[in-house]
Design a protein. Structure first.
Length: 98
């Protein structure tokens, strides 16, 4: 097993809440892959729709729980990789509105 960086691009963000249409963050993912797949790995940009994020009703924050989307991430990484888990448990996106 290896840890690889994966860039998550949150797309379709409401401009009224975030002031931008895209926010990116990098996660470390634990994966299984053959040696050749690891050698030719280039960090992937994984597109993830904002509408799938969970909202904290007590604040203006939205949460991305990558371990609930390992299949989605693995599909975008390619067939050479089996995603075991995300090292990062939670990503939080804060709205500019309070």
């Amino acid at each position: 097993m290896e840890n690889l960086p994966v860039k998550i691009d949150f797309i379709n963000l409401p401009k009224t809440k975030f002031g931008t249409t895209k926010i990116s963050d990098t996660l470390m993912m634990e994966v299984e892959a053959d040696g050749y797949g690891l050698l030719k790995y280039e960090m992937k940009d994984i597109a993830f729709d904002f509408k799938k994020l969970k909202k904290d009703n007590n604040s203006s924050a939205y949460y991305f729980l990558p371990n609930t989307f390992t299949k989605t991430i693995a599909k975008q990484m390619g067939e050479n990789f089996k995603v075991i888990r995300s090292i990062t448990d939670t990503l939080q996106l804060n709205s500019i509105l309070r």
